[in-house]
Design a protein around this ligand. Structure first.
Ligand SMILES: Cc1cc2nc3c(=O)[nH]c(=O)nc-3n(C[C@H](O)[C@H](O)[C@H](O)COP(=O)(O)OP(=O)(O)OC[C@H]3O[C@@H](n4cnc5c(N)ncnc54)[C@H](O)[C@@H]3O)c2cc1C
Length: 475
Protein backbone atom coordinates (compact mmCIF):
# COMPACT_ATOMS: atom_id res chain seq x y z
CA UNK A 1 0.00 0.00 0.00
CA UNK A 2 1.67 3.20 -1.10
CA UNK A 3 -0.78 6.00 -0.61
CA UNK A 4 -3.84 6.65 1.51
CA UNK A 5 -3.54 10.33 1.91
CA UNK A 6 -4.67 12.45 -1.04
CA UNK A 7 -6.58 15.44 0.29
CA UNK A 8 -10.21 15.32 -0.73
CA UNK A 9 -12.83 17.79 0.32
CA UNK A 10 -15.53 17.26 2.96
CA UNK A 11 -18.66 15.55 1.63
CA UNK A 12 -20.90 18.50 2.39
CA UNK A 13 -20.26 21.40 0.05
CA UNK A 14 -21.78 24.79 -0.37
CA UNK A 15 -23.91 23.87 -3.40
CA UNK A 16 -27.61 23.24 -2.85
CA UNK A 17 -27.98 19.66 -4.09
CA UNK A 18 -25.96 16.57 -3.13
CA UNK A 19 -24.92 16.24 -6.81
CA UNK A 20 -23.84 19.87 -6.86
CA UNK A 21 -21.72 19.35 -3.75
CA UNK A 22 -20.09 16.27 -5.27
CA UNK A 23 -19.33 18.07 -8.53
CA UNK A 24 -17.70 20.93 -6.64
CA UNK A 25 -15.57 18.50 -4.66
CA UNK A 26 -14.58 16.63 -7.83
CA UNK A 27 -13.62 19.93 -9.45
CA UNK A 28 -11.45 20.74 -6.46
CA UNK A 29 -9.62 17.44 -6.97
CA UNK A 30 -9.09 17.33 -10.76
CA UNK A 31 -9.55 20.95 -11.86
CA UNK A 32 -12.44 22.77 -13.52
CA UNK A 33 -11.66 21.66 -17.08
CA UNK A 34 -11.57 18.01 -16.09
CA UNK A 35 -15.17 17.57 -14.93
CA UNK A 36 -18.02 17.66 -17.46
CA UNK A 37 -21.63 17.44 -16.39
CA UNK A 38 -24.37 18.12 -18.89
CA UNK A 39 -21.90 18.58 -21.76
CA UNK A 40 -20.84 14.94 -22.06
CA UNK A 41 -19.82 14.01 -25.65
CA UNK A 42 -21.95 11.51 -27.58
CA UNK A 43 -18.97 9.14 -27.74
CA UNK A 44 -18.66 8.99 -23.96
CA UNK A 45 -22.23 7.71 -23.63
CA UNK A 46 -21.49 4.30 -25.21
CA UNK A 47 -18.84 1.81 -26.27
CA UNK A 48 -18.76 -0.25 -29.51
CA UNK A 49 -21.16 -3.04 -28.42
CA UNK A 50 -23.88 -3.27 -31.08
CA UNK A 51 -26.70 -3.71 -28.59
CA UNK A 52 -26.15 -0.80 -26.18
CA UNK A 53 -28.14 2.41 -26.00
CA UNK A 54 -26.21 5.57 -25.05
CA UNK A 55 -26.49 6.62 -21.39
CA UNK A 56 -25.40 10.00 -20.00
CA UNK A 57 -23.51 9.81 -16.69
CA UNK A 58 -23.87 12.33 -13.88
CA UNK A 59 -20.44 13.59 -14.92
CA UNK A 60 -17.29 12.64 -16.77
CA UNK A 61 -14.19 13.04 -14.61
CA UNK A 62 -10.73 13.09 -16.22
CA UNK A 63 -8.03 12.65 -13.59
CA UNK A 64 -4.42 13.24 -14.64
CA UNK A 65 -2.61 11.19 -12.01
CA UNK A 66 -2.97 8.36 -9.53
CA UNK A 67 -3.64 10.52 -6.46
CA UNK A 68 -6.49 12.27 -8.23
CA UNK A 69 -8.02 8.89 -9.12
CA UNK A 70 -7.78 7.84 -5.48
CA UNK A 71 -9.41 11.07 -4.29
CA UNK A 72 -12.22 10.72 -6.85
CA UNK A 73 -12.91 7.15 -5.71
CA UNK A 74 -12.97 8.20 -2.06
CA UNK A 75 -15.50 10.93 -2.85
CA UNK A 76 -17.63 8.51 -4.86
CA UNK A 77 -17.53 5.95 -2.05
CA UNK A 78 -18.56 8.55 0.49
CA UNK A 79 -21.44 9.76 -1.68
CA UNK A 80 -22.34 6.18 -2.73
CA UNK A 81 -22.07 7.20 -6.39
CA UNK A 82 -21.13 4.43 -8.84
CA UNK A 83 -18.04 4.67 -11.04
CA UNK A 84 -17.67 3.34 -14.58
CA UNK A 85 -14.11 3.37 -15.93
CA UNK A 86 -13.49 4.34 -19.53
CA UNK A 87 -10.37 3.78 -21.59
CA UNK A 88 -10.93 4.39 -25.32
CA UNK A 89 -14.49 3.04 -25.46
CA UNK A 90 -13.68 0.37 -28.09
CA UNK A 91 -15.02 -2.46 -25.92
CA UNK A 92 -17.61 -4.82 -27.40
CA UNK A 93 -19.56 -5.81 -24.30
CA UNK A 94 -20.99 -2.59 -22.88
CA UNK A 95 -18.33 -2.44 -20.13
CA UNK A 96 -17.60 1.28 -20.51
CA UNK A 97 -21.22 2.40 -20.93
CA UNK A 98 -22.30 4.69 -18.07
CA UNK A 99 -25.24 4.00 -15.78
CA UNK A 100 -27.55 6.90 -14.89
CA UNK A 101 -26.12 8.97 -12.03
CA UNK A 102 -22.60 7.51 -12.26
CA UNK A 103 -19.21 9.12 -12.60
CA UNK A 104 -17.54 8.09 -15.83
CA UNK A 105 -13.85 8.11 -14.94
CA UNK A 106 -12.03 8.62 -18.23
CA UNK A 107 -8.31 7.85 -18.36
CA UNK A 108 -7.63 9.90 -21.47
CA UNK A 109 -5.33 12.35 -19.61
CA UNK A 110 -3.27 9.54 -18.05
CA UNK A 111 -1.36 8.72 -21.23
CA UNK A 112 2.27 8.81 -20.14
CA UNK A 113 4.75 6.09 -21.02
CA UNK A 114 6.55 6.20 -17.68
CA UNK A 115 9.53 4.06 -18.66
CA UNK A 116 10.79 1.71 -21.33
CA UNK A 117 13.31 -0.53 -19.63
CA UNK A 118 15.19 -2.12 -22.53
CA UNK A 119 17.41 -4.37 -20.40
CA UNK A 120 14.48 -5.93 -18.57
CA UNK A 121 12.18 -5.90 -21.63
CA UNK A 122 9.61 -3.98 -19.61
CA UNK A 123 7.41 -0.93 -20.22
CA UNK A 124 5.67 0.95 -17.43
CA UNK A 125 2.66 2.90 -18.68
CA UNK A 126 -0.32 4.85 -17.50
CA UNK A 127 -3.71 3.31 -18.34
CA UNK A 128 -4.70 5.80 -21.04
CA UNK A 129 -1.68 4.90 -23.23
CA UNK A 130 -3.05 3.41 -26.44
CA UNK A 131 -1.65 0.34 -28.18
CA UNK A 132 -0.79 2.47 -31.19
CA UNK A 133 1.10 4.98 -29.02
CA UNK A 134 3.06 2.22 -27.29
CA UNK A 135 3.86 0.49 -30.59
CA UNK A 136 5.23 3.74 -32.07
CA UNK A 137 7.50 4.17 -29.06
CA UNK A 138 8.73 0.57 -29.14
CA UNK A 139 9.31 0.08 -32.89
CA UNK A 140 12.51 2.18 -33.08
CA UNK A 141 13.92 0.11 -30.20
CA UNK A 142 13.28 -3.18 -32.03
CA UNK A 143 10.76 -4.15 -29.36
CA UNK A 144 7.02 -4.77 -29.31
CA UNK A 145 4.12 -5.27 -26.94
CA UNK A 146 2.46 -8.26 -28.58
CA UNK A 147 -1.22 -7.71 -27.76
CA UNK A 148 -2.87 -6.67 -31.02
CA UNK A 149 -6.66 -6.66 -30.63
CA UNK A 150 -8.28 -5.36 -33.81
CA UNK A 151 -8.45 -1.81 -32.54
CA UNK A 152 -5.11 -0.08 -31.94
CA UNK A 153 -6.79 2.95 -30.37
CA UNK A 154 -7.71 0.73 -27.39
CA UNK A 155 -6.04 1.71 -24.11
CA UNK A 156 -3.81 -0.42 -21.91
CA UNK A 157 -6.26 0.08 -19.01
CA UNK A 158 -9.11 -1.27 -21.15
CA UNK A 159 -6.93 -4.14 -22.35
CA UNK A 160 -6.06 -5.12 -18.78
CA UNK A 161 -9.67 -4.85 -17.65
CA UNK A 162 -10.93 -7.07 -20.48
CA UNK A 163 -7.88 -9.35 -20.74
CA UNK A 164 -7.73 -8.42 -24.43
CA UNK A 165 -6.45 -11.02 -26.88
CA UNK A 166 -6.26 -10.45 -30.61
CA UNK A 167 -4.53 -12.10 -33.51
CA UNK A 168 -1.03 -12.56 -32.05
CA UNK A 169 -2.31 -14.47 -29.01
CA UNK A 170 -1.62 -17.74 -30.83
CA UNK A 171 2.11 -17.01 -30.49
CA UNK A 172 2.48 -14.69 -27.51
CA UNK A 173 -0.62 -15.25 -25.38
CA UNK A 174 -3.15 -12.65 -24.24
CA UNK A 175 -2.90 -9.58 -21.97
CA UNK A 176 -2.80 -11.88 -18.95
CA UNK A 177 0.51 -13.28 -20.19
CA UNK A 178 2.09 -9.84 -20.66
CA UNK A 179 1.23 -7.95 -17.47
CA UNK A 180 3.92 -8.20 -14.78
CA UNK A 181 2.43 -5.76 -12.31
CA UNK A 182 -0.27 -3.19 -11.70
CA UNK A 183 -0.93 -0.10 -9.66
CA UNK A 184 -4.54 -0.14 -8.50
CA UNK A 185 -7.02 2.14 -6.79
CA UNK A 186 -9.46 -0.04 -4.84
CA UNK A 187 -13.11 0.84 -4.24
CA UNK A 188 -12.06 2.43 -0.92
CA UNK A 189 -9.58 4.77 -2.61
CA UNK A 190 -6.68 2.78 -1.20
CA UNK A 191 -3.70 2.41 -3.60
CA UNK A 192 -2.04 -0.98 -4.00
CA UNK A 193 0.88 -2.13 -6.15
CA UNK A 194 1.10 -5.71 -7.38
CA UNK A 195 3.93 -7.58 -9.11
CA UNK A 196 6.90 -5.70 -10.58
CA UNK A 197 9.68 -5.82 -13.18
CA UNK A 198 10.22 -9.53 -12.66
CA UNK A 199 8.89 -12.52 -14.55
CA UNK A 200 8.16 -15.00 -11.79
CA UNK A 201 6.85 -14.91 -8.27
CA UNK A 202 5.72 -17.43 -5.73
CA UNK A 203 4.81 -14.90 -3.10
CA UNK A 204 1.21 -14.98 -1.96
CA UNK A 205 -1.96 -14.69 -4.00
CA UNK A 206 -1.52 -13.32 -7.52
CA UNK A 207 -3.56 -10.13 -7.30
CA UNK A 208 -2.32 -8.95 -10.70
CA UNK A 209 -4.02 -11.89 -12.38
CA UNK A 210 -7.16 -11.46 -10.29
CA UNK A 211 -7.64 -7.90 -11.51
CA UNK A 212 -6.86 -8.69 -15.16
CA UNK A 213 -10.21 -9.37 -16.83
CA UNK A 214 -12.23 -7.95 -13.91
CA UNK A 215 -13.76 -5.27 -16.19
CA UNK A 216 -13.40 -2.37 -13.78
CA UNK A 217 -15.36 -4.11 -11.02
CA UNK A 218 -12.53 -4.66 -8.52
CA UNK A 219 -10.20 -1.71 -8.94
CA UNK A 220 -9.17 1.10 -11.26
CA UNK A 221 -5.86 0.45 -12.98
CA UNK A 222 -3.61 3.52 -12.73
CA UNK A 223 -0.36 1.99 -14.02
CA UNK A 224 0.71 -1.25 -15.71
CA UNK A 225 4.11 -2.92 -15.94
CA UNK A 226 4.23 -4.81 -19.22
CA UNK A 227 6.44 -7.49 -20.68
CA UNK A 228 8.06 -6.59 -24.03
CA UNK A 229 9.35 -8.86 -26.78
CA UNK A 230 11.90 -8.54 -29.58
CA UNK A 231 10.19 -7.34 -32.75
CA UNK A 232 10.56 -9.87 -35.58
CA UNK A 233 12.11 -8.26 -38.67
CA UNK A 234 10.63 -10.37 -41.47
CA UNK A 235 7.17 -11.66 -42.25
CA UNK A 236 5.44 -13.93 -44.72
CA UNK A 237 1.65 -14.16 -45.04
CA UNK A 238 -0.05 -17.17 -46.58
CA UNK A 239 -3.71 -17.32 -47.61
CA UNK A 240 -5.38 -20.68 -48.30
CA UNK A 241 -8.98 -21.19 -49.45
CA UNK A 242 -10.60 -24.50 -48.46
CA UNK A 243 -13.71 -26.20 -49.87
CA UNK A 244 -15.23 -26.85 -46.41
CA UNK A 245 -15.09 -25.07 -43.05
CA UNK A 246 -14.23 -28.44 -41.49
CA UNK A 247 -11.04 -28.53 -43.56
CA UNK A 248 -9.94 -25.28 -41.96
CA UNK A 249 -10.58 -26.43 -38.40
CA UNK A 250 -8.85 -29.75 -39.17
CA UNK A 251 -5.82 -27.88 -40.53
CA UNK A 252 -5.20 -26.05 -37.23
CA UNK A 253 -3.86 -28.97 -35.13
CA UNK A 254 -1.74 -30.08 -38.09
CA UNK A 255 -0.12 -26.64 -38.35
CA UNK A 256 0.35 -26.26 -34.60
CA UNK A 257 1.70 -29.80 -34.36
CA UNK A 258 4.38 -29.05 -36.98
CA UNK A 259 7.64 -27.21 -36.34
CA UNK A 260 5.96 -23.96 -37.42
CA UNK A 261 5.18 -21.20 -34.91
CA UNK A 262 2.60 -18.91 -36.56
CA UNK A 263 2.20 -15.34 -35.31
CA UNK A 264 -1.33 -15.23 -36.72
CA UNK A 265 -3.66 -18.14 -37.49
CA UNK A 266 -7.07 -16.82 -38.48
CA UNK A 267 -10.04 -18.19 -40.34
CA UNK A 268 -12.75 -16.36 -42.24
CA UNK A 269 -15.80 -18.05 -43.67
CA UNK A 270 -16.64 -17.15 -47.26
CA UNK A 271 -19.24 -14.52 -46.30
CA UNK A 272 -16.90 -12.86 -43.81
CA UNK A 273 -14.05 -12.87 -46.35
CA UNK A 274 -16.33 -11.29 -48.96
CA UNK A 275 -17.46 -8.69 -46.42
CA UNK A 276 -14.05 -7.65 -45.11
CA UNK A 277 -12.37 -7.48 -48.52
CA UNK A 278 -15.29 -5.52 -50.01
CA UNK A 279 -15.30 -3.12 -47.03
CA UNK A 280 -11.54 -2.56 -47.48
CA UNK A 281 -11.73 -2.38 -51.30
CA UNK A 282 -9.17 -5.17 -51.36
CA UNK A 283 -8.64 -7.41 -54.41
CA UNK A 284 -6.43 -10.37 -53.54
CA UNK A 285 -6.43 -11.66 -57.11
CA UNK A 286 -8.36 -14.85 -56.29
CA UNK A 287 -10.11 -16.09 -59.45
CA UNK A 288 -13.93 -16.06 -59.38
CA UNK A 289 -14.00 -19.81 -60.05
CA UNK A 290 -11.82 -20.52 -57.02
CA UNK A 291 -13.79 -18.10 -54.85
CA UNK A 292 -16.99 -19.91 -55.79
CA UNK A 293 -15.55 -23.19 -54.46
CA UNK A 294 -14.16 -21.76 -51.24
CA UNK A 295 -16.23 -22.16 -48.06
CA UNK A 296 -13.55 -20.73 -45.78
CA UNK A 297 -10.06 -19.27 -45.74
CA UNK A 298 -7.06 -19.67 -43.49
CA UNK A 299 -4.66 -16.74 -43.03
CA UNK A 300 -1.27 -17.59 -41.55
CA UNK A 301 1.43 -15.07 -40.68
CA UNK A 302 4.94 -16.40 -40.14
CA UNK A 303 7.66 -14.16 -38.73
CA UNK A 304 11.41 -14.57 -38.32
CA UNK A 305 14.65 -12.63 -38.29
CA UNK A 306 16.42 -14.89 -40.74
CA UNK A 307 15.47 -14.79 -44.43
CA UNK A 308 16.38 -18.38 -45.17
CA UNK A 309 14.47 -19.66 -42.18
CA UNK A 310 11.38 -17.69 -43.22
CA UNK A 311 11.58 -19.07 -46.78
CA UNK A 312 11.89 -22.61 -45.48
CA UNK A 313 8.99 -22.17 -43.06
CA UNK A 314 6.81 -20.67 -45.81
CA UNK A 315 7.58 -23.61 -48.11
CA UNK A 316 6.84 -26.10 -45.30
CA UNK A 317 3.53 -24.37 -44.57
CA UNK A 318 2.52 -24.26 -48.24
CA UNK A 319 3.24 -27.99 -48.65
CA UNK A 320 1.28 -28.79 -45.49
CA UNK A 321 -1.72 -26.71 -46.57
CA UNK A 322 -1.78 -28.43 -49.98
CA UNK A 323 -1.57 -31.83 -48.31
CA UNK A 324 -4.46 -30.93 -45.99
CA UNK A 325 -6.66 -30.02 -48.95
CA UNK A 326 -6.34 -26.30 -49.64
CA UNK A 327 -7.77 -25.35 -53.02
CA UNK A 328 -4.70 -23.20 -53.59
CA UNK A 329 -1.99 -21.51 -51.55
CA UNK A 330 -1.15 -17.81 -51.98
CA UNK A 331 1.97 -16.25 -50.51
CA UNK A 332 0.80 -12.65 -50.46
CA UNK A 333 2.95 -9.70 -51.51
CA UNK A 334 3.77 -7.58 -48.41
CA UNK A 335 1.32 -4.76 -49.25
CA UNK A 336 -1.62 -7.12 -49.88
CA UNK A 337 -0.65 -9.08 -46.75
CA UNK A 338 -0.71 -5.97 -44.56
CA UNK A 339 -4.00 -4.86 -46.09
CA UNK A 340 -5.59 -8.26 -45.50
CA UNK A 341 -4.55 -8.29 -41.84
CA UNK A 342 -5.92 -4.77 -41.37
CA UNK A 343 -9.14 -5.71 -43.21
CA UNK A 344 -9.52 -8.73 -40.93
CA UNK A 345 -8.93 -6.52 -37.87
CA UNK A 346 -11.76 -4.32 -39.09
CA UNK A 347 -14.15 -7.26 -39.58
CA UNK A 348 -16.27 -5.85 -36.76
CA UNK A 349 -16.90 -2.63 -38.68
CA UNK A 350 -17.70 -4.59 -41.87
CA UNK A 351 -20.28 -6.61 -39.90
CA UNK A 352 -21.66 -3.45 -38.30
CA UNK A 353 -22.00 -1.77 -41.72
CA UNK A 354 -23.84 -4.88 -42.94
CA UNK A 355 -26.30 -4.38 -40.03
CA UNK A 356 -25.26 -7.32 -37.87
CA UNK A 357 -27.53 -7.39 -34.81
CA UNK A 358 -24.92 -8.74 -32.39
CA UNK A 359 -21.38 -10.10 -32.26
CA UNK A 360 -20.24 -12.89 -29.94
CA UNK A 361 -16.77 -14.27 -29.25
CA UNK A 362 -17.31 -17.74 -27.81
CA UNK A 363 -14.17 -19.77 -27.10
CA UNK A 364 -14.02 -23.58 -27.26
CA UNK A 365 -11.17 -26.07 -27.16
CA UNK A 366 -9.68 -25.80 -30.63
CA UNK A 367 -10.31 -29.49 -31.36
CA UNK A 368 -14.03 -28.81 -30.74
CA UNK A 369 -14.24 -25.96 -33.27
CA UNK A 370 -15.73 -28.09 -36.06
CA UNK A 371 -18.41 -29.50 -33.76
CA UNK A 372 -19.22 -26.05 -32.38
CA UNK A 373 -19.49 -24.37 -35.78
CA UNK A 374 -21.79 -27.17 -37.02
CA UNK A 375 -24.02 -26.70 -33.99
CA UNK A 376 -24.09 -22.95 -34.58
CA UNK A 377 -25.12 -23.47 -38.21
CA UNK A 378 -27.98 -25.77 -37.08
CA UNK A 379 -29.05 -23.30 -34.37
CA UNK A 380 -28.96 -20.38 -36.82
CA UNK A 381 -31.25 -22.12 -39.25
CA UNK A 382 -33.59 -23.27 -36.43
CA UNK A 383 -33.87 -19.63 -35.28
CA UNK A 384 -34.25 -18.16 -38.78
CA UNK A 385 -30.95 -16.28 -38.52
CA UNK A 386 -27.75 -15.84 -40.47
CA UNK A 387 -24.59 -16.39 -38.43
CA UNK A 388 -21.29 -15.75 -40.18
CA UNK A 389 -17.85 -15.32 -38.84
CA UNK A 390 -14.13 -15.31 -38.58
CA UNK A 391 -11.81 -15.60 -35.67
CA UNK A 392 -8.69 -16.65 -33.88
CA UNK A 393 -9.07 -20.27 -34.95
CA UNK A 394 -5.74 -21.25 -33.41
CA UNK A 395 -7.18 -20.24 -30.01
CA UNK A 396 -10.62 -21.79 -30.63
CA UNK A 397 -12.04 -18.24 -30.37
CA UNK A 398 -14.73 -17.48 -32.96
CA UNK A 399 -16.15 -14.03 -33.65
CA UNK A 400 -19.64 -14.64 -34.94
CA UNK A 401 -21.88 -11.95 -36.42
CA UNK A 402 -25.53 -12.68 -35.72
CA UNK A 403 -28.17 -11.36 -38.11
CA UNK A 404 -31.62 -11.71 -36.56
CA UNK A 405 -33.42 -8.40 -36.04
CA UNK A 406 -36.20 -9.89 -33.89
CA UNK A 407 -34.90 -9.37 -30.36
CA UNK A 408 -36.67 -12.30 -28.70
CA UNK A 409 -35.59 -14.77 -31.40
CA UNK A 410 -32.05 -13.40 -31.31
CA UNK A 411 -31.81 -13.74 -27.53
CA UNK A 412 -33.06 -17.33 -27.73
CA UNK A 413 -30.45 -18.06 -30.39
CA UNK A 414 -27.65 -16.43 -28.39
CA UNK A 415 -28.60 -18.41 -25.27
CA UNK A 416 -28.43 -21.60 -27.29
CA UNK A 417 -25.10 -20.62 -28.89
CA UNK A 418 -23.49 -19.85 -25.52
CA UNK A 419 -24.87 -23.06 -24.03
CA UNK A 420 -23.52 -25.07 -26.97
CA UNK A 421 -20.12 -23.42 -26.52
CA UNK A 422 -20.02 -24.35 -22.85
CA UNK A 423 -21.14 -27.89 -23.61
CA UNK A 424 -18.18 -28.13 -25.99
CA UNK A 425 -15.96 -27.32 -22.97
CA UNK A 426 -15.67 -23.61 -23.75
CA UNK A 427 -16.68 -20.25 -22.29
CA UNK A 428 -19.03 -17.37 -23.12
CA UNK A 429 -16.27 -14.93 -24.11
CA UNK A 430 -12.66 -15.50 -25.13
CA UNK A 431 -11.59 -11.85 -25.05
CA UNK A 432 -14.38 -9.28 -25.34
CA UNK A 433 -15.63 -9.77 -21.79
CA UNK A 434 -19.07 -10.14 -20.26
CA UNK A 435 -19.76 -6.45 -19.56
CA UNK A 436 -23.45 -5.71 -19.37
CA UNK A 437 -24.43 -7.24 -22.71
CA UNK A 438 -23.45 -10.87 -22.14
CA UNK A 439 -24.33 -10.80 -18.44
CA UNK A 440 -27.79 -12.43 -18.64
CA UNK A 441 -26.42 -15.35 -20.68
CA UNK A 442 -23.41 -15.75 -18.42
CA UNK A 443 -25.58 -15.57 -15.28
CA UNK A 444 -27.78 -18.36 -16.61
CA UNK A 445 -24.87 -20.66 -17.48
CA UNK A 446 -22.22 -20.06 -14.82
CA UNK A 447 -21.85 -22.21 -11.70
CA UNK A 448 -23.66 -20.26 -8.90
CA UNK A 449 -20.89 -21.23 -6.47
CA UNK A 450 -18.35 -19.45 -8.67
CA UNK A 451 -20.56 -16.38 -8.96
CA UNK A 452 -20.90 -16.29 -5.17
CA UNK A 453 -17.10 -16.49 -4.83
CA UNK A 454 -16.72 -13.60 -7.26
CA UNK A 455 -19.26 -11.51 -5.34
CA UNK A 456 -17.31 -12.18 -2.14
CA UNK A 457 -14.04 -11.10 -3.79
CA UNK A 458 -15.69 -7.96 -5.10
CA UNK A 459 -16.91 -7.07 -1.61
CA UNK A 460 -13.32 -7.17 -0.34
CA UNK A 461 -11.94 -4.93 -3.10
CA UNK A 462 -14.96 -2.64 -3.27
CA UNK A 463 -17.00 -2.79 -0.03
CA UNK A 464 -19.32 0.06 -1.06
CA UNK A 465 -20.03 -1.68 -4.38
CA UNK A 466 -19.37 1.43 -6.46
CA UNK A 467 -17.00 0.10 -9.15
CA UNK A 468 -18.32 -1.19 -12.48
CA UNK A 469 -22.01 -1.39 -11.50
CA UNK A 470 -23.87 -4.24 -13.20
CA UNK A 471 -20.84 -5.47 -15.14
CA UNK A 472 -20.14 -9.26 -15.29
CA UNK A 473 -22.75 -10.05 -12.61
CA UNK A 474 -25.27 -8.23 -10.46
CA UNK A 475 -24.05 -7.64 -6.95
C1 LIG B 1 -12.78 -3.16 -34.62
C2 LIG B 1 -12.58 -3.78 -33.27
C3 LIG B 1 -11.86 -4.97 -33.19
C4 LIG B 1 -11.62 -5.55 -31.94
N1 LIG B 1 -10.88 -6.70 -31.90
C5 LIG B 1 -10.59 -7.24 -30.70
C6 LIG B 1 -9.77 -8.41 -30.62
O1 LIG B 1 -9.35 -8.98 -31.63
N2 LIG B 1 -9.50 -8.88 -29.40
C7 LIG B 1 -9.94 -8.29 -28.25
O2 LIG B 1 -9.61 -8.75 -27.16
N3 LIG B 1 -10.74 -7.21 -28.30
C8 LIG B 1 -11.07 -6.67 -29.48
N4 LIG B 1 -11.86 -5.55 -29.54
C9 LIG B 1 -12.46 -5.02 -28.28
C10 LIG B 1 -11.67 -3.88 -27.62
O3 LIG B 1 -10.77 -3.26 -28.46
C11 LIG B 1 -10.96 -4.40 -26.39
O4 LIG B 1 -11.93 -4.90 -25.49
C12 LIG B 1 -10.11 -3.36 -25.65
O5 LIG B 1 -9.38 -4.04 -24.65
C13 LIG B 1 -10.92 -2.26 -25.00
O6 LIG B 1 -10.05 -1.20 -24.64
P1 LIG B 1 -10.63 0.26 -24.39
O7 LIG B 1 -9.52 1.13 -23.93
O8 LIG B 1 -11.37 0.73 -25.57
O9 LIG B 1 -11.60 -0.05 -23.17
P2 LIG B 1 -13.07 0.50 -22.88
O10 LIG B 1 -14.02 0.05 -23.94
O11 LIG B 1 -13.01 1.94 -22.60
O12 LIG B 1 -13.39 -0.30 -21.54
C14 LIG B 1 -13.44 -1.70 -21.52
C15 LIG B 1 -13.61 -2.17 -20.07
O13 LIG B 1 -12.45 -1.84 -19.33
C16 LIG B 1 -12.80 -1.04 -18.18
N5 LIG B 1 -11.67 -0.12 -17.98
C17 LIG B 1 -11.15 0.74 -18.89
N6 LIG B 1 -10.08 1.36 -18.37
C18 LIG B 1 -9.93 0.90 -17.10
C19 LIG B 1 -9.02 1.18 -16.04
N7 LIG B 1 -8.00 2.03 -16.18
N8 LIG B 1 -9.17 0.51 -14.88
C20 LIG B 1 -10.18 -0.40 -14.71
N9 LIG B 1 -11.08 -0.69 -15.68
C21 LIG B 1 -10.94 -0.05 -16.85
C22 LIG B 1 -14.11 -0.39 -18.57
O14 LIG B 1 -14.86 -0.02 -17.44
C23 LIG B 1 -14.77 -1.51 -19.35
O15 LIG B 1 -15.35 -2.45 -18.47
C24 LIG B 1 -12.14 -4.95 -30.76
C25 LIG B 1 -12.89 -3.77 -30.86
C26 LIG B 1 -13.10 -3.19 -32.09
C27 LIG B 1 -13.90 -1.92 -32.14
Amino acid sequence: VVDHTAADEPATGPAGSPDGALLEQLTAVVGAGAVSAGDVTADEAHDEALTVAPVAPLAVVRPSRRDEVAAVVRLAARHRVPIVARGSGTGLSGGAVPVPGCLLVSFERMHRIVDIDVDNHVAVVEPGVTLHQLDEALAPLGLMYPVYPGEQSASIGGNVATNAGGMRAIRYGVTRNQVLGLELVLGTGEVVRTGGRFVKSSTGYDLTQLVIGSEGTLALVTEATLRLHPRPRLASTVLAPFPRLDDVTAAVPRILGSSLVPSVLEYLDAIAMGGVTAAAGLDLGIADELRAQAAAYLVVLLQADDERRLEEDTATLAALLEEIGALDVFVLPPKAADELIVARERAFFAAKAAHADDIVDVVVPRAAMARYLHEVADLASAHGALVTGCGHVGDGNVHLSVFQPDEERRKALLSAMFRAGMECGGAVSGEHGIGTEKKPYYAALEDPAKLALMRGIKDVFDPAGILGPGRIFDR
